[in-house]
Design a protein around this ligand. Sequence first.
Ligand SMILES: [Zn+2]
Ligand SMILES: [Zn+2]
Length: 367
Amino acid sequence: MKRDYYEVLGVSRTGGDGEIKKAFRKLAREIHPDVNKNDPEAETKFKEAAEAYECLSNPETRAAYDRFGFEGVQRGGFQDFSQFSFEEIFRSFFGEDIFGGGRTSAARGTDVAVAVEISLTEAASGVKREVEYQAVSGCEPCGGSGAAPGTSRETCEVCKGSGQVRTVSRTAFGQFMRTGICRRCKGEGSVVETPCKECGGRGAVMAGRKMEVDIPAGIDDGQSIRLSGLGGRGERGGPAGDLYIQVTVAGDEKLIRDGDDLIYHQRLTIVEAAIGTTVAVPTLEGEQEVDIKPGTQFGEVVRLKGKGMPQLRGRGRGDLRIIVDIVVPRHLNSGQKDLLREFARTTSEKNYSSDEGIFDKIRTALS
Ligand SMILES: [Zn+2]
Ligand SMILES: [Zn+2]
């Protein structure tokens, strides 16, 4: 069931042209395709509003609608919006300028990504890296104009330099004015008569660029740095794209990163863990001696405060966590076994194998 055109636009039947236009613009902003990308109903709503506006904004079709209703306007081959895309209809009503001008003709340049691999130490200190990449750039010989050196761009005679053309479509109910991009100059307002040989008249070429990039301290594996405006050049005055530096932080042989913390696995023999010792632990600043207290257990963590990674764009640093792994001897000769049995016999600590204890059992068996 079609809704009444006045109801669609929310204006009274006696509303003037200005009122109808204002109501439609307000409605159009609300259901603009860019704002409602995920709303499947937005397109239908907009088409409904566009149809209502097209009818009511023209005195003849409006009069026909007022007298005969939908019958009055449908008879004469009124625009069937269902065959047009949402964008097309939108542009046909508003041309380029509805939301602040130059929307369609100016195009943003492309984004470019460059991969960079750095070491963990470089990630900790921050590092400068020279990167090379290809991006659409202004053509040098013609200064980006596209016109051969010594010549210049000429004003487009089709659109007289505006980059836009108005087309008038006639229907049984009158004329409808539409604004579109000039095809001759593609909206630029000027054309190249003698194209530059270097760029073929496009004013832009793919060119290699080199630059030094500051990779900040604390950057993590997989993070990107965005350098605004360093990507491909924009078209028709549009802004340049961005350059993304995609950083990979290579794994370190000894230190494992865990956010801002670093982890180091320190292996200890049962004797070292039991009696205590001093070990040399790798840190970002070189080796550091660390005391291991007697009776250290498997999995215990010794924390070196502030010896981890710096926080990205922050002031603090994480910790270095030393996790203790205890290595149990695999190959013992009989003398060593005897020593351990002797130790087991004299220790006040409980054996876990049974209430009697494995060494007690062995001893019983041997005696
Ligand atoms: Zn033109
Ligand atoms: Zn050129």
